[in-house]
Design a binder for this molecule. Sequence first.
Ligand SMILES: [Mg+2]
Length: 390
Amino acid sequence: MKIKNVRTRVFEWKGKIVPPARNFCTNAADLLFERGDNMGSFRFHGWLVCEIETEDGTVGIGNAALAPRVTKSAIDEYYAALVIGEDPFDTEYIWQKMYRRTHAWGRKGIGMTAMSAIDIAIWDLMGKEVGKPVFKLLGGRTKDKIRCYASKLYGQPLDALAREAQSYVDQGFQSVKMRFGWGPQDGPEGMKKNLELVRTVRDVIGPDRDLMCECYMGWTFEYAKRMLRLLEPFNIRWLEEPVIADDIEGYKELRKLGVLPISGGEHEFTLAGFQQLVDQRAVDVIQYDTNRVGGLTAARKINALAEAYSIPIIPHAGQMHNYHLTMSTLASPMAEFFPVHDVEVGNELFYYIFKGDPQPENGFLQLDDDLPGLGIELSDEYLKDFNIIE
Ligand SMILES: [Mg+2]
């Protein structure tokens, strides 16, 4: 059984969007002096879909969200030819072939994102060929159901924030994640506003639910150090990506302070990248993104690494490939869940392009033991709202 065809398409959203708001979420571009739309680098309203077909007509579906037009070119121009003619069950060899043949430029960033999309499609394909869900190929069921946390609560007026937090309590979530709106450029007043956001959510969810806080790389080491002390009374389960992904030393030093657990890895690539994070004891929680890290083939190796070091894995983003990984390892105690919502930052597009993602009940997700592959399909419900680039 050989791979016969690789098809890529970019789905660009042209439907209704929620207009961008100020102080919605800190991000790595906040330190630049340009003002204007400071959320520009954070939003992504396009998604790459990669379909891989074997000689018998079985199609596996992969995807990637990072710079989809460029990622599409990388697959079309380079990676597709490396994959066509291979047996999809030789996943390790295919991965190494893609990795080594493009090593000069592909080992991080766009190249690894393209590889991730292909790898996800290959795992879906393998599941469909043998009639098993992907998690059964990765190690099988390790939990009765998957605990998940509601991940949204962007910066907004405090009354609206409180209402949103209450809605997650009402839906039965035991854990929620919120975003900060202010960073180093905003001085002590911004710090106060950040604390008001946290206080508002903590007051609504009470002391017995987990609260996680996301900086999305929008802070500096010095700012984060000051904020950590101020956040200590709120019993934060983890502070996420306080500094940019390359500042591993910053993660390590913040963690050493022992004030709050520090999480990261959403913008790191491959087993090699996570080996550095783990070796340096830089994070308390590993949050790889399967869409970037090198697909499921790389992610399962990072699961093994994390297990060896007793570091929990909680992958970035809700989405089927992450749920299958979470289900298949004890090293992963929980999944991120993005509530279904009008199109805003772009995470939501997944629900408009695909169908089949499970919805939580009382804060837990379930995977079907008998549904082959990843269990998602392309949806045609919203096709009119997309510009599709072949
Ligand atoms: Mg994050």
